[in-house]
Design a binder for this molecule. Structure first.
Ligand code: ZN
Length: 218
Protein backbone atom coordinates (compact mmCIF):
# COMPACT_ATOMS: atom_id res chain seq x y z
CA UNK A 1 0.00 0.00 0.00
CA UNK A 2 2.79 2.40 0.98
CA UNK A 3 4.55 1.64 -2.30
CA UNK A 4 1.42 2.42 -4.30
CA UNK A 5 0.95 5.76 -2.53
CA UNK A 6 4.57 6.66 -3.19
CA UNK A 7 4.14 5.78 -6.86
CA UNK A 8 1.06 8.00 -7.14
CA UNK A 9 2.85 10.92 -5.44
CA UNK A 10 5.81 10.46 -7.76
CA UNK A 11 3.56 10.58 -10.79
CA UNK A 12 1.85 13.77 -9.58
CA UNK A 13 5.27 15.31 -8.87
CA UNK A 14 6.39 14.52 -12.40
CA UNK A 15 3.30 16.01 -14.00
CA UNK A 16 3.60 19.22 -11.93
CA UNK A 17 7.34 19.76 -11.88
CA UNK A 18 8.93 17.35 -14.37
CA UNK A 19 11.63 15.00 -13.13
CA UNK A 20 14.37 16.96 -11.39
CA UNK A 21 17.12 14.63 -10.26
CA UNK A 22 19.52 15.33 -7.39
CA UNK A 23 22.93 13.70 -7.37
CA UNK A 24 26.08 14.09 -5.28
CA UNK A 25 28.95 11.84 -6.38
CA UNK A 26 29.55 9.91 -9.58
CA UNK A 27 32.32 7.31 -9.29
CA UNK A 28 34.64 5.94 -11.98
CA UNK A 29 34.16 2.37 -10.71
CA UNK A 30 31.49 0.29 -12.33
CA UNK A 31 29.84 -1.22 -9.30
CA UNK A 32 27.39 0.42 -6.93
CA UNK A 33 29.47 1.78 -4.07
CA UNK A 34 27.48 3.74 -1.52
CA UNK A 35 24.41 5.88 -1.01
CA UNK A 36 26.12 9.13 -1.97
CA UNK A 37 26.76 8.28 -5.55
CA UNK A 38 26.30 6.16 -8.64
CA UNK A 39 28.84 4.73 -11.04
CA UNK A 40 29.89 6.44 -14.24
CA UNK A 41 28.40 3.57 -16.24
CA UNK A 42 25.00 3.83 -14.53
CA UNK A 43 24.87 7.56 -15.20
CA UNK A 44 26.11 7.25 -18.76
CA UNK A 45 23.55 4.58 -19.66
CA UNK A 46 20.73 6.61 -18.14
CA UNK A 47 21.74 9.86 -19.85
CA UNK A 48 22.20 8.15 -23.20
CA UNK A 49 18.79 6.50 -22.96
CA UNK A 50 17.05 9.76 -22.03
CA UNK A 51 19.24 12.17 -24.00
CA UNK A 52 16.35 13.86 -25.80
CA UNK A 53 14.27 14.42 -22.66
CA UNK A 54 17.00 16.10 -20.60
CA UNK A 55 16.77 19.88 -20.41
CA UNK A 56 18.23 22.73 -18.36
CA UNK A 57 16.56 23.91 -15.14
CA UNK A 58 15.34 27.06 -16.93
CA UNK A 59 13.54 24.88 -19.46
CA UNK A 60 12.02 22.36 -17.08
CA UNK A 61 10.60 25.18 -14.93
CA UNK A 62 8.74 26.75 -17.84
CA UNK A 63 4.99 26.13 -17.99
CA UNK A 64 4.33 23.14 -20.22
CA UNK A 65 1.81 20.37 -20.49
CA UNK A 66 4.65 18.05 -21.46
CA UNK A 67 6.51 18.48 -18.18
CA UNK A 68 6.13 14.83 -17.24
CA UNK A 69 8.32 13.91 -20.20
CA UNK A 70 11.16 16.22 -19.22
CA UNK A 71 14.15 15.54 -17.00
CA UNK A 72 16.74 17.87 -15.49
CA UNK A 73 19.92 16.76 -13.74
CA UNK A 74 21.34 18.58 -10.71
CA UNK A 75 24.34 17.86 -8.47
CA UNK A 76 24.72 19.23 -4.95
CA UNK A 77 27.90 20.34 -3.12
CA UNK A 78 30.23 20.69 -6.14
CA UNK A 79 32.52 17.69 -5.79
CA UNK A 80 35.57 17.25 -8.02
CA UNK A 81 34.12 14.15 -9.69
CA UNK A 82 31.48 16.29 -11.37
CA UNK A 83 34.27 17.87 -13.41
CA UNK A 84 36.25 14.65 -13.85
CA UNK A 85 33.41 12.22 -14.54
CA UNK A 86 30.10 13.98 -15.23
CA UNK A 87 31.28 16.89 -17.35
CA UNK A 88 33.00 14.74 -20.05
CA UNK A 89 29.83 12.65 -20.40
CA UNK A 90 27.59 15.70 -20.62
CA UNK A 91 29.90 17.26 -23.20
CA UNK A 92 29.90 14.10 -25.29
CA UNK A 93 26.11 13.76 -25.20
CA UNK A 94 25.46 17.54 -25.22
CA UNK A 95 23.42 17.35 -22.01
CA UNK A 96 22.79 20.40 -19.79
CA UNK A 97 23.28 20.00 -16.04
CA UNK A 98 23.24 22.05 -12.84
CA UNK A 99 25.57 22.28 -9.86
CA UNK A 100 24.49 23.74 -6.53
CA UNK A 101 27.71 25.15 -5.12
CA UNK A 102 28.78 25.49 -1.48
CA UNK A 103 30.61 28.81 -1.63
CA UNK A 104 33.08 28.04 1.16
CA UNK A 105 34.16 24.81 -0.60
CA UNK A 106 35.28 26.33 -3.91
CA UNK A 107 38.98 25.50 -4.45
CA UNK A 108 39.05 23.20 -1.40
CA UNK A 109 40.37 19.63 -1.63
CA UNK A 110 37.88 17.24 -3.21
CA UNK A 111 35.74 20.10 -4.50
CA UNK A 112 35.61 22.03 -7.76
CA UNK A 113 38.04 24.84 -8.41
CA UNK A 114 36.99 28.25 -9.65
CA UNK A 115 38.66 27.53 -13.01
CA UNK A 116 36.79 24.25 -13.43
CA UNK A 117 33.46 25.95 -12.74
CA UNK A 118 34.33 28.73 -15.20
CA UNK A 119 35.22 26.21 -17.90
CA UNK A 120 31.95 24.32 -17.45
CA UNK A 121 29.93 27.56 -17.56
CA UNK A 122 31.70 28.55 -20.78
CA UNK A 123 30.67 25.24 -22.37
CA UNK A 124 27.07 26.47 -22.19
CA UNK A 125 25.98 23.24 -20.50
CA UNK A 126 26.24 24.24 -16.85
CA UNK A 127 23.73 26.13 -14.74
CA UNK A 128 25.02 27.13 -11.31
CA UNK A 129 22.97 27.70 -8.21
CA UNK A 130 23.78 28.40 -4.57
CA UNK A 131 23.89 25.66 -1.95
CA UNK A 132 24.67 28.14 0.82
CA UNK A 133 27.95 29.27 2.31
CA UNK A 134 28.92 26.54 4.75
CA UNK A 135 26.46 23.63 4.24
CA UNK A 136 25.00 24.15 7.70
CA UNK A 137 21.41 23.21 8.48
CA UNK A 138 19.49 26.41 7.73
CA UNK A 139 16.72 25.74 10.23
CA UNK A 140 19.14 25.82 13.19
CA UNK A 141 18.43 28.78 15.46
CA UNK A 142 21.86 30.45 15.32
CA UNK A 143 22.33 30.45 11.52
CA UNK A 144 23.17 33.68 9.72
CA UNK A 145 20.62 33.27 6.93
CA UNK A 146 21.71 36.40 5.04
CA UNK A 147 25.25 35.05 4.81
CA UNK A 148 24.03 31.65 3.63
CA UNK A 149 21.36 32.82 1.19
CA UNK A 150 21.74 36.42 -0.04
CA UNK A 151 25.53 36.76 0.22
CA UNK A 152 26.22 33.52 -1.65
CA UNK A 153 24.04 34.66 -4.55
CA UNK A 154 25.94 37.93 -4.72
CA UNK A 155 29.30 36.17 -4.38
CA UNK A 156 28.62 33.65 -7.16
CA UNK A 157 27.21 36.31 -9.48
CA UNK A 158 30.30 38.45 -9.07
CA UNK A 159 32.85 35.63 -9.16
CA UNK A 160 31.44 34.02 -12.31
CA UNK A 161 29.70 36.99 -13.95
CA UNK A 162 26.58 34.83 -13.94
CA UNK A 163 22.94 35.38 -12.93
CA UNK A 164 22.13 32.99 -10.08
CA UNK A 165 18.41 32.18 -9.93
CA UNK A 166 18.30 28.96 -7.95
CA UNK A 167 18.98 27.86 -4.39
CA UNK A 168 19.13 24.32 -2.97
CA UNK A 169 18.70 23.84 0.80
CA UNK A 170 21.63 22.14 2.48
CA UNK A 171 20.52 18.79 3.94
CA UNK A 172 17.16 19.57 2.31
CA UNK A 173 16.06 21.43 5.45
CA UNK A 174 13.95 24.58 5.34
CA UNK A 175 11.14 26.39 7.16
CA UNK A 176 9.07 29.57 6.67
CA UNK A 177 11.93 31.82 7.79
CA UNK A 178 14.34 30.23 5.32
CA UNK A 179 11.81 30.49 2.48
CA UNK A 180 11.30 34.17 3.28
CA UNK A 181 15.04 34.84 3.00
CA UNK A 182 15.18 32.99 -0.32
CA UNK A 183 12.40 35.20 -1.61
CA UNK A 184 13.99 38.39 -0.27
CA UNK A 185 17.26 37.46 -1.96
CA UNK A 186 15.36 37.26 -5.28
CA UNK A 187 15.96 33.65 -6.16
CA UNK A 188 13.40 32.43 -8.68
CA UNK A 189 13.07 28.94 -7.22
CA UNK A 190 14.45 26.76 -4.48
CA UNK A 191 15.04 23.01 -4.43
CA UNK A 192 14.46 20.41 -1.75
CA UNK A 193 16.01 16.99 -1.32
CA UNK A 194 12.68 15.20 -1.29
CA UNK A 195 10.26 14.01 -3.97
CA UNK A 196 7.42 15.62 -2.01
CA UNK A 197 6.71 19.33 -2.13
CA UNK A 198 4.32 21.19 0.12
CA UNK A 199 5.06 24.61 -1.37
CA UNK A 200 4.81 25.94 -4.91
CA UNK A 201 8.07 27.74 -4.45
CA UNK A 202 10.04 24.62 -3.59
CA UNK A 203 10.80 22.17 -6.37
CA UNK A 204 10.99 18.52 -5.30
CA UNK A 205 13.86 16.37 -6.49
CA UNK A 206 14.41 12.65 -6.89
CA UNK A 207 17.62 11.19 -5.48
CA UNK A 208 19.86 9.90 -8.27
CA UNK A 209 20.97 6.90 -6.20
CA UNK A 210 17.43 5.70 -5.49
CA UNK A 211 16.43 6.55 -9.01
CA UNK A 212 19.14 4.58 -10.82
CA UNK A 213 19.29 1.59 -8.52
CA UNK A 214 17.72 -1.42 -10.25
CA UNK A 215 15.10 -1.70 -7.50
CA UNK A 216 14.47 2.04 -7.29
CA UNK A 217 11.50 4.14 -8.39
CA UNK A 218 11.81 4.74 -12.08
ZN1 ZN B 1 24.53 19.31 0.12
Amino acid sequence: MKKIIKKIILQITRIRYGTVIMGHHVYEENDFKDFNGVSKKMLYDYLLKNQKKIVSLDKILKKSILKFRKISITFDDGYKDIYNVVYPICKKLNIPFTIFIIVDKIDKEGFLSKEEIEEMIKSGLLTIGSHGYSHKILTDYNIDLKKEILSTKKYLEKAFDYKVDYFAFSHGQFNGKVLKEVKLANYKKSFSASYLSLSNRVIPRLNLVHFLKPSGNK
